[in-house]
Write a protein that binds this ligand. Structure first.
Ligand SMILES: C[S@@+](CC[C@H](N)C(=O)[O-])C[C@H]1O[C@@H](n2cnc3c(N)ncnc32)[C@H](O)[C@@H]1O
Ligand SMILES: [Zn+2]
Length: 290
């Protein structure tokens, strides 16, 4: 891990908003309360659940505990550290001294990337506040254990429970994006950093799962730029990793959409692999609110 070598000050996020009426939430002991008296308990792990029942499409939306644990196990191996490093580098380039900067990780999962980014940016003199948002309660419980300096919330990217026009940078890493929700929360000129699989991502795994592997289209050509946003920058990152036991390979498999798309034969094929060298191919795009 690199360190960007200046003094970072992590400040508390003060822009959480009531999911019912959008009013600012203030903390009072173990609750977050809005001006209209809507109150939300802080969980003992430190996160707050701001997901309204009417915004849930199932009883336990988002990633299951099994998926969260698999992701934690795989990411803790350090295999995707270059992705976190690149992300920190891009964030560093997009922030400047002066006013405090709020970074929202939308669909943060179990918090690996925000935690790793904080470790990389340690030493930066800017005042930064970090919010991790995910619809999965199990993911946010895992994230709360990773890092206590981050404000972790259960909620949806469709209606992010933060004040309108209060966020400088939104991260969406292999995540579920809602540009309407993102645009509402971004300050004018704010940025969205999207991290998506590139055309060669995990090719070797896909060759095992599918009989006929088609090169996936580049995300750049697939994406229709949403109104009010423009593409500021696009970068590619490609590196190799070696997975040397089946458990880790299964965990990686479970992190990908292929786990659900694969046939029974495809899944069985992955069960029989003990070692695999894999290509990681990732595209980073920075979009800006006009
Ligand atoms: C592929 S995972 C990526 C997690 C994390 N960014 C990472 O790369 O480790 C997608 C995440 O999006 C979350 N998610 C799905 N729908 C969501 C929504 N509507 N709002 C917020 N998060 C959502 C899931 O619970 C899951 O944690
Ligand atoms: Zn309220």
């Amino acid at each position: 891990m690199r360190n960007f070598g200046v003094n970072m000050k992590i400040i508390k996020a003060h822009n959480l908003a009531c999911p019912i009426d959008g009013k600012r939430l203030e903390s009072h002991e173990m609750q977050m309360i809005c001006g209209n008296g809507h109150a939300f308990d802080m969980a003992r792990q430190g996160y707050v659940n701001l997901l309204l029942v009417q915004h849930k499409r199932s009883k336990q939306p988002g990633d299951s505990k099994e998926m969260v644990d698999a992701r934690t196990d795989f990411l803790n191996s350090g295999a995707y550290e270059p992705i976190a490093s690149k992300l920190a580098e891009i964030i560093f380039a997009q922030t400047s001294d002066g006013n405090s900067t709020c970074i929202l990780d939308a669909g943060c999962g179990e918090g690996y990337y925000l935690d790793a980014i904080i470790n990389e940016l340690k030493g930066d003199s800017r005042a930064l506040s970090f919010i991790g948002l995910d619809i999965s309660k199990d993911a946010i419980i895992g994230a709360s254990k990773r890092n206590k300096q981050i404000t972790w919330i259960v909620g949806t990217n469709i209606h992010p429970p933060v004040e309108e026009a209060s966020v400088d940078i939104i991260l969406c890493v292999f995540g579920f994006r809602s540009f309407d929700g993102f645009k509402k929360t971004l300050k004018p000129g704010g940025k969205i950093i999207l991290v998506d699989p590139g055309p060669d991502h995990l090719n070797e795994l896909r060759e095992i799962i599918y009989l006929d592997v088609k090169k996936s289209d580049s995300q750049d050509s697939l994406m229709l730029m949403p109104e009010g946003l423009s593409l500021l920058d696009s970068k590619k990152l490609q590196f190799k990793i070696s997975v040397n036991n089946n458990r880790q390979l299964q965990h990686l498999f479970l992190m990908t959409p292929h786990f659900y798309r694969a046939s029974k034969n495809g899944r069985e094929a992955v069960e029989n692999i003990q070692e695999l060298d894999l290509t990681v191919d990732v595209v980073f795009r920075v979009l800006q609110m006009q």
